[in-house]
Write a protein that binds this ligand. Structure first.
Ligand code: HEM
Length: 430
């Protein structure tokens, strides 16, 4: 498990089927791998499942009661009610310009910085881009040098927490050297977010960003908003939820189109036809049909938020098995998205799986990169818009070529599904 977590879990399923009880370090977990079971936990019987599990307790020092780790029940419902309108379609439309502006800026720099023979560290570049986009959407302002430092810290924190999940001992509260470093990172991020919120409270200017929307948001049922402390936590949760996931997805996107010249050629044809050389806008997103199919297939193969957990509050039943009250239920989207019953040749990249006909022919819960039900990803539309726009703009300008020695990339299952060693590519100007 420690050496090869994903392989281990896959072998358990192969040996025992789509519902398996495993014990890791004394903690018993029930692992599910069937669309119906996922639907049961996340949708049909979602009231019976909360996030009071060791996974979320372990990351409590980082998420601290923000939306992602919130245990559930009324405190979560209230937060979600307050925040949901800030992520509705018209709001995301407003953020699309941040996405295209920042991508255009990155591509202009690539033109100056890289020649056709240079191998670009795509992961680093796109990590910066994703960070700029989430920061600019939240705070309006440019990220600047402090943002770069925060990004580095994020990567470091991800390594520390990822290693912890492969072997969750000693607890994060024990002052080992990595855990002390993690605390230091958290304090720095807290300082950064507090500074921004404080200066916003003191400012008389009108801002059109997510932070302002969240500061002014009120719960329609009670008429009250968030306290500054809750706002602080939610801002951090949005950065955590919105950065790593998208940055890894775009890196995998570039890798996969570079590995599949036929797919890349079709992508080029679509962006040329739909956009005719201009910068895409939010309204173009639904017309970039094939681009979106590539995004969907990438989120299937390398689903960034690849695992989660729930606790069964009362006893439940699934597939003829009893789920005792208090059980930890482990949901692994990585194995679900490669379930051979729903995905022929599951490890093969094939965007055709996402034609409307093929989508209709599958159970809806065979594919849930953003989870499902009331606790699905609040940033889903934000993320899909961002991924589609970035991919379209990169494809407008460049042909991706993966050097021979960079073709094989191992997965590194941290908190998100990382490409081990990063994605590297040559970007040939079209
Ligand atoms: C490709 C990109 C993304 C993927 C694959 C993704 C995936 C997910 C998943 C699977 C969950 C549910 C987690 C669970 O049940 O344990 C989730 C929740 C969440 N995500 Fe995302 N996410 C992405 C991007 C974003 C973005 C861009 C934001 C914010 C701007 C964001 C903010 C959140 C928040 C706040 C939650 C908690 C929602 C709740 O519990 O009510 N995510 N995400």
């Amino acid at each position: 498990m420690r050496r090869d977590q994903v392989g281990f879990l896959g072998r358990m399923i192969d040996a025992h089927g789509d519902i398996v009880a495993i014990r890791v370090l004394g903690i018993k977990m029930i692992m599910l791998n069937h669309p119906d079971y996922f639907e049961r936990v996340l949708v049909r019987n979602h009231e019976n499942y909360d996030k009071s599990t060791f996974l979320f307790r372990a990351v409590e020092p980082i998420l601290r009661g923000g939306l992602i780790g919130n245990v559930g029940g009324e405190p979560w419902r209230r937060q979600r009610r307050i925040m949901q309108p800030s992520f509705h379609r018209p709001k995301v439309a407003g953020f699309a310009e941040n996405m295209t502006d920042e991508t255009a800026r990155m591509l202009r720099r690539w033109d100056r910085q890289y020649g056709p023979d240079d191998v670009v560290n795509v992961s680093t570049e796109l990590g910066q881009l994703a960070m700029r986009i989430v920061f600019r959407s939240l705070f309006g302002a440019e990220v600047g040098a402090r943002g770069d430092a925060i990004e580095q810290m994020f990567l470091e924190a991800n390594q520390i927490v990822g290693a912890f999940f492969r072997f969750p001992f000693p607890p994060l509260s024990w002052p080992t050297r990595p855990h002390r470093r993690l605390n230091e990172i958290i304090r720095t991020m807290d300082g950064f977010v507090s500074d921004v919120i404080r200066s916003r409270i003191d400012s008389d200017e009108d801002h059109l960003d997510l932070l302002t929307a969240l500061m002014n948001a009120v719960d329609e049922e009670t008429g009250t908003g968030m306290t500054p402390l809750q706002l602080h936590r939610e801002v951090l949760n949005i950065i955590i939820g919105g950065y790593e996931t998208t940055s890894n997805s775009v890196a995998w996107l570039i890798h996969l189109i570079g590995q599949h010249p036929d797919v890349q050629a079709r992508l080029h044809a679509e962006v040329d036809e739909v956009l005719g050389g201009r910068v895409p806008a939010f309204d173009d997103v639904p017309r970039l049909v094939y681009t979106r199919m590539i995004v969907d297939e990438t989120l299937r193969l390398y689903t960034p938020a690849w695992q989660t957990m729930r606790r069964a509050i009362e006893e439940d039943e699934m597939g003829g098995y009893r789920i005792p009250a208090g059980s930890d239920v482990y949901l692994n989207m990585f194995t679900l998205h490669r379930h051979p019953e729903y995905w022929p040749d599951p490890h093969v990249f094939d965007p055709e799986r996402f034609t409307p006909e093929q989508v209709d022919a599958r159970p809806r819960h065979a594919y849930i990169p953003f989870a499902s039900g009331p606790r699905n990803c609040i940033g889903k539309h934000f993320a899909l818009t961002e991924l589609t726009l970035i991919l379209a703009m990169v494809a407008q300008a460049y042909r991706v070529e993966i050097p021979e020695e960079r073709r094989y990339v191992e997965i590194e299952p941290l908190i998100t599904m990382h490409p081990k060693g990063g994605i590297h590519a040559r970007m040939a100007r079209r």
